[in-house]
Design a protein around this ligand. Structure first.
Ligand code: ADP
Length: 401
């Protein structure tokens, strides 16, 4: 074989070898590269999943409701507080606001964000299972660098509790004004009649002055009760807890009310066991006084009022005041503890009631850590119960004074 042929064959072999070698290397490099790409993609997917989870956790931990809309006003994100506020249990992503919550005020607000960058402090009222709810909404359009609208974000602040409190306060103010107005206009009316000449007739004058004095007393009572309520509700109340022997404390209250009971021929009985509780003496006497006074006022003329104190369920002490009067209708049993609620308005006023006594009782018992309730059967009397927690240390000791 000529030399050039050998050289040619050797060059060809070298070329083939080089080709095969590089192919192998290239395949290995491609495999490594692909593996790397897959690894990166996996890592990226995991990282974005983690980011998503973290983002969801942050949004769900917010107390404000949050709604994120895309450029077509479809829901991209709704956090837990938003779903709870509107009682939504299904997946509302990709729906429009009106499809998700069926509230025109809200879809109008979203529409407004098409032309305005922000809509602030909008109050909306909406029905919800159980009761009506209120929310304050703040909305902002999301704009890109060129100012084009990319979507919107809405933040919801639940106002329901605040609105309810506001309503209770308004009702309270209206009730107070009404309660104050009645005796005041009576006083004014009688004074004017006296000034117009009735004062010259001594008999009429005395009668009118007595009515004026009665209504002034009523005003005084009302204002005293209102001050007590406001003191109890302020939360700034200082309770002076000390060991109180129940039987003598009850007896003191019964003795104080004996004259009122005698006027209605009512017998007062103390059936309390020898138990000592931790309580604020003055306030405990006020609770007992209000309950016994009611039992005398609303109980039967010539009837009987029994006060009991015994160990209740658990280690609580249960105290009850029972009368044998006409009783309280079932629908009013819980409501009698509301401010100004009376079963029989005329009867309460005629007895000098302010409609605040049981509300004061409830506050005081609750600030002792106890509870209060009433039981009654129409025509067979009413019984008011309240509990007091045991003495610190849990031991109720017989009185050894
Ligand atoms: P008031 O000043 O009117 O007595 P309370 O808050 O003490 O106000 O009581 C609220 C209402 O509950 C009373 O007006 C009365 O209608 C009813 N009530 C309270 N105690 C009794 C009772 N022992 N028997 C029947 N009704 C009662």
């Amino acid at each position: 074989m000529p030399g050039w042929a050998i050289a040619f064959a050797a060059a060809l072999a070298a070329l083939i070898f080089l080709h095969l070698h590089w192919r192998k290397k290239l395949a290995a490099a491609r495999r490594t590269f692909q593996g790397e790409i897959e690894r990166l993609a996996d890592g990226h997917q995991q990282a974005s999943l983690q980011l998503q989870m973290r983002q969801d956790a942050v949004f769900d931990s917010m107390t404000e409701g949050l709604l994120l809309l895309d450029e077509h006003d479809r829901i991209v994100l709704a956090n837990r507080a938003f779903l709870d506020l509107f009682g939504i249990t299904t997946d509302i992503r990709a729906r429009t606001v009106i499809e998700a919550v069926r509230l025109h005020e809200l879809s109008e607000l979203v529409e407004l964000l098409g032309t305005e960058p922000q809509v602030l402090d909008r109050e909306i009222r909406f029905p919800s299972p159980g009761a009506e709810r209120w929310a304050q909404v703040n909305g902002s359009a999301i704009l890109n660098g060129k100012g084009a609208r990319q979507g919107a974000i809405l933040v919801f602040h639940d106002l329901t509790r605040l609105k309810k409190l506001e309503r209770v306060r308004e009702e309270f103010v209206a009730n107070v004004s009404h309660e104050l107005r009645t005796p005041l206009s009576l006083i004014k009316g009688y004074v004017e009649t006296l000034l117009d000449g009735a004062k010259d007739n001594p008999e009429v004058c005395t009668k009118f002055l007595q009515t004026i004095a009665r209504n002034a007393d009523r005003l005084k009572l009302l204002i005293e009760d209102l001050l007590k309520i406001s003191e109890l509700e302020s939360g700034r109340l200082e309770m002076n807890f000390q060991p109180v022997a129940l039987r003598p404390a009850i007896q003191k209250v019964l003795d104080d009310l004996q004259a009122r009971a005698s006027a209605r021929e009512v017998t007062l009985l103390n059936r309390a066991a020898e138990i000592v509780v931790d309580a604020d003496t003055d306030r405990l006497e006020q609770v007992l006084g209000n309950l016994v006074d009611n039992a005398i006022k609303y109980g039967r003329q010539g009837g009987c009022v029994v006060v009991e104190a015994k160990a209740g369920e658990g280690d609580e002490v249960e105290i009850s005041v029972q009368d044998d009067g006409p009783g309280i209708p079932p629908e009013a049993l819980e409501r009698v503890f509301e401010r100004f609620y009376r079963v029989d308005k005329a009867r309460s006023r005629e007895q000098g009631g302010t409609g605040l006594g049981l509300s004061i009782v409830k506050h005081i018992v609750q600030s002792h850590g106890g509870k209060v309730w009433a039981k009654s059967e129409i025509g067979r009397g009413a019984t008011f119960f309240f509990t007091l927690p045991p003495r610190a240390g849990g031991v109720q000791q017989p009185l050894s004074l």
